[in-house]
Design a protein. Structure first.
Lengths: 252, 514, 237
């Protein structure tokens, strides 16, 4: 298992953003759905080792992130794209991705090739030398994806990765996710249920800091049969599970 | 979603309510608040403690408003104003805000006001504290308004200028560079004001030398320099805020388009910004030009000829406060110095008990404006008064006596030294200072020693060849003074009665002093 | 598009892409460190900071050369102290990272980069101010910096230490407030003749207590900044 969470909690003051989450994830693509404020971003930040849990145990790639040396090792194998990605406007696409490749200690002889591959994989080869300030929002998002995959991560965490991508690019991105999920653990936090349906081998639904559903997309669809809210099967399943969870008691 | 017939939107609040709400948000979120604790500490240790150590006079205590508190506020005002001005650029929300109905210029004015409100509130709070404290101890006059006005307008000028720089150059380095740059400018301007040939920059500096103790006491303080300062800084405010409405960097459309639009009757707001900017520049240039014409007036102040009202050169009428010292001898002070009357009485009493009634001795001591005394009387180590007139009156000034930080013993010694020197040595017919003949020095020091005071400071302070040589030469004088002080008081008085005229004329030698 | 197709496309695109993208950092592995350092410094706007520091040196030169202030004795240190505080504010602001959390979720080089950048900028600030003072030096005309390079070094490092501490607490973009406030305190101490080691800038440059205090503050700031980095907001600003 690449991700092992045991009763993990994270609080911000009196707000319990993640509430007793236990999770085991191996290779594949796990989609994390949930309403705003469900705790998806906090969960991803803990998996990215940039936010420590308030309580509970986390093991990533078989290592303990509390240990400094093991945390470094995790981060060499980690790719992370946050919801709001900061960037230096004067960097070019290549420079931005290269910077992260170097920080992630990609072997120096492989940096150039890895950067080129990552840029091509997100279909920005034609804008490789463009400065970031000249790119559209969707292109910037793809640059963010490129920096996350430049080190061929074993653990890839993506928060709203398709925000700003056009439908064609989203199709290509889902294919990329499936490809990456063959050997790595990919966790995608998203609002777009169609992304989950098309690319994810598993889906988890969070609400109020807890995982209220975990299973296959088809199982989520099944939960929505007969449920009136939603324009698509997955949406109906999503609404049905949330409704049940809020009424007090559907376990994942 | 179905359309709702008769689209019932809530009524928009009036413009003044909208403005108040926006302003309230800006004030609540201003970063300047974070500097208030440090400013409070600086205020206590710098302007407040300094003012508390000054004499109990309105003008000199109020001088800390511009000499201490204003320069303390400048770096923080500049830094946080520049920070506020650069907000939209740093956050890259220009496009987003540009789609709103409210013009960029008015939006930025609210942002500026959000910081400025705090700046002025803190500044006024400090002034209130200083003025309340002064009101508790001062015995004459009232709170000067001009330093308050100048301080407020100058701080507004600093804030608006820094804000505009931040808006035009919204980089991460802008705030510290603008803060230090304007502080350096203020410091250099202050030094120029101290320098005799400071020029207009020095004249425009709100931070300047501490005024003499009797400034504004005997003669009104001419507001010329303050008017010019207000003119200049108001010009800076208008020019900076007008520039915000014009510059393309801050949502404006630039000179030419603004003028074209104005002449075509459109874009009224742009035309207003142009006018404001032009008026500001004119005002600032006028103020700068007038400051260049500054000169020293007959009352010793800086005046601007084009603005000067000669009525401010006429003395202020007052009723002195007097007290008896010894026999018929009395001391009279200006009511502003009423708190020092008892000290003056106690200081003069022992020496006048020896001198009163002697030929040529004064019948009373009266405080006058220092500038009415001969220049050599006011020199260091010579004295702060002269005996003049018929009947002889000891006229003295309080400037040197108080010396900004009056220690009770120093004040007492100063009073005694000055009057004894004036009576024994005198200044009749002299154009330059004189410490007196050795015999005169010995008698002066002997009387002072008998009264329990320090000898007259003939030699300068410090350890240097001139002062050391002087002290060696004073040894026989000091010995003679000791002998004279050891005499019974009646013997001293009898000798003085017989020899005072000859002593003053310089015909008594040191050996003839008993 | 099936997963296999897209993978094939991606791989071939990657191979083609390697040819399309001209090498920007080709060369032996040892150049990777230089490349990383260069990108890191650019992302912190260090080139602009160096220009700003050079401008501070020019201002110091002009202030000395043209006798911008007349203070003697302790007052002679007022204006240089302000300029030294400005350099510390500039150094403090360069600590801001535009990347946010993803940069922290990487390997081990970031602390070394932070440490090197802070030390290099302090050195540059000291050097540029010393250059400005040296360029104006004219003892016959009474033009010299009273505190000398010792004073510059002590103040720049001490104030920068305050700035680095502030960057850990408030974030890089607002870290300038620390050196600015501390400079104001030292200015007041200078004028009022207070003599505490913590207001080292108000003491003579050769004063041992002042040096110890300044270096302790610098060491604490440097260590905190190196280990923790500047405070981040979740959005990365």
């Amino acid at each position: 298992m690449n991700i092992e969470l045991t009763n993990v909690t994270r609080s911000f003051g009196r707000n319990r953003a993640v509430d007793g989450v236990s999770l085991e994830v191996g290779a594949g693509v796990l989609g994390v759905l949930g309403p705003n404020g469900a705790g998806k971003t906090s969960l991803l930040r803990m998996l990215a080792t940039v936010l420590p849990p308030s309580s509970g145990e986390i093991r990533l790639l078989g290592r303990d992130p509390k240990n400094t040396a093991q945390r470094r090792e995790i981060r060499r194998r980690l790719g992370y794209l946050p919801q709001n990605l900061g960037y230096y406007p004067a960097f070019t696409v290549v420079e931005f991705v290269e910077y992260f490749a170097l920080l992630k200690e990609v072997p120096s002889g492989r940096v150039h090739k890895a950067v080129a591959e990552a840029v091509e994989r997100v279909d920005l080869g034609g804008r490789a030398k463009a400065r970031l300030r000249t790119l559209s929002g969707g292109m910037l998002r793809r640059v963010g994806i490129a920096q996350a995959i430049v080190n061929n991560p074993d653990l890839l965490l993506l928060d709203e990765p398709t925000a700003g991508l056009d439908p064609e690019q989203r199709v290509g991105f889902r294919a990329l996710l499936r490809d990456l999920g063959r050997t790595a653990t990919v966790v995608v936090s998203t609002h777009l249920v169609e992304d989950v349906g098309a690319a994810c081998s598993e889906v988890a639904l969070m609400d109020a800091g807890r995982i209220v559903f975990r299973g296959l997309p088809a199982e989520l669809v099944a939960r929505g049969e007969g449920h009136g809210v939603g324009d698509a099967p997955l949406e109906r399943g999503y609404s049905a599970v949330l409704q049940a969870a809020r009424k007090g008691g559907v376990a994942a | 979603m179905t359309a709702v017939a008769g689209d019932a939107r809530p009524a928009r609040p009036g413009p003044s309510l909208l403005a108040a709400r926006i302003l309230r948000m800006e004030i609540r979120h201003s970063a300047f608040v974070w500097s208030i604790p440090l400013l409070a500490v600086l205020f206590i240790y710098d302007p407040f403690r300094t003012a508390s150590g000054y004499p109990d006079l309105w003008t000199v205590r109020a001088s800390v408003v511009l000499n201490k508190f204003w320069p303390d506020c400048v770096p923080f005002t500049a830094a946080f104003s520049a920070w506020a001005g650069s907000r939209e650029g740093r956050r890259k929300v220009g496009d987003l805000l540009g789609t709103t109905a409210r013009p960029a210029w008015t939006r930025q004015m609210f942002s500026l006001l959000g910081t400025l409100a705090w700046v002025l509130a803190v500044f006024l709070a400090g002034i209130v504290v200083i003025y309340v404290r002064t009101a508790q101890v001062a015995t004459w006059g009232g709170p000067p308004i001009w330093p308050v006005v100048v301080g407020l307008v100058a701080l507004t000028g600093v804030s608006s200028f820094a804000f505009t720089l931040g808006a035009l150059f919204p980089g991460r380095f802008t705030a510290p560079i603008v803060a230090v740059g304007l502080t350096v400018l203020a410091l250099v301007a202050f030094r120029q004001s101290v320098d005799a040939s400071g020029g207009p920059i020095g004249t425009l500096s709100p931070d300047s030398l501490v005024p003499p103790n009797d400034a504004g006491v005997f003669y009104p303080m001419a507001p010329d320099v303050w008017i010019v300062q207000v003119m200049f800084y108001a010009g800076v405010v208008l020019a900076a805020t007008g520039l915000l409405g014009l510059s393309p960097r801050t949502g404006g459309v630039g000179w030419r388009r603004a003028l074209d639009a104005a002449s075509a009757g459109g874009m009224r707001l742009r035309a207003i910004a142009t006018t404001v900017f032009a008026v500001g520049i004119a005002l600032a240039v006028t103020g700068f030009g007038l400051a260049g014409t500054a000169r020293t007036s007959v009352t010793g102040e800086i005046e601007i000829p084009a603005l000067h009202d000669s009525a401010s050169d006429k003395p202020i009428a007052y009723t002195p406060v007097c007290a008896h010292v010894s026999g018929s001898f009395q001391v009279c002070l200006h009511p502003a110095y009423k708190n020092y009357l008892s000290q003056a009485v106690n200081s003069f009493r022992p020496v006048m008990a020896e001198l009163a009634g002697l030929p040529g001795a004064p019948v009373r001591a009266t405080e006058v404006a220092s500038l009415t005394l001969p220049a050599f009387v006011l020199q260091d180590n010579v004295g702060d008064g002269e005996v003049t007139g018929t009947p002889p009156v000891y006229k003295f000034g309080m400037n040197n006596a108080l010396a900004l930080a009056p220690d009770a013993t120093q004040l007492q010694d100063g009073f005694r030294q000055d009057i004894v020197h004036a009576v024994i040595v005198g200044s009749t017919g002299q154009l330059t200072a004189s410490v007196g003949t050795p015999a005169q020095q010995a008698v002066v020091d002997g009387l002072l020693k008998a009264a329990g005071s320090q000898p007259y400071p003939v030699c300068g302070p410090g350890d240097n060849p001139n002062a050391n040589r002087c002290r060696r030469q004073q040894v026989p004088v000091t010995a003679a003074a000791g002998r004279f002080a050891a005499l019974p008081a009646a013997t001293r008085r009898a000798w003085l009665a017989a020899n005072l005229a000859a002593l003053k004329a310089g015909r008594i030698t040191l050996a003839q002093v008993p | 598009m099936s997963a296999a197709d897209s993978a094939a496309v991606a791989s071939s695109a990657g191979v083609n892409g390697a040819h399309r993208l001209a090498p920007s950092a080709a060369g032996p592995a040892r150049l990777a460190g230089a490349r990383l350092t260069s990108l890191h410094l650019r992302s912190r706007r260090v080139p602009s900071a160096l220009v700003a520091l050079a401008a501070c040196g020019v201002v110091l030169w002009a202030a000395l050369r043209y006798h911008w202030w007349l203070g003697t004795g302790p007052s002679a240190a007022e204006l240089p102290m302000l300029i030294e505080g400005c350099t510390a504010g500039i150094i403090a602001v360069t600590t801001h990272s535009p990347f946010g959390e993803p940069e922290r979720a990487t390997g081990r080089w970031l602390p070394f980069l932070r440490l090197s950048m802070a030390l290099a900028l302090c050195g540059a600030a000291i050097g540029l101010l010393a250059l400005g003072a040296a360029a104006a030096y004219n003892p016959h005309a009474g033009v010299y910096l009273a505190s000398g390079i010792l004073g510059i070094a002590e103040n720049v490092m001490g104030f920068a230490g305050v700035g680095l501490i502030f960057s850990v607490v408030t974030g890089g973009l607002t870290a300038w407030a620390g050196p600015l406030g501390f400079t104001a305190i030292c200015q007041f101490a200078l004028i009022a003749n207070y003599s505490e080691p913590l207001t080292w800038a108000a003491r003579p440059a050769t004063d041992r207590g002042g040096w110890i205090a300044a270096m302790v503050v610098f060491a604490i700031g440097l260590a905190a900044f190196t280990i923790r980095g500047p405070r981040l907001r979740p959005s990365g600003e």
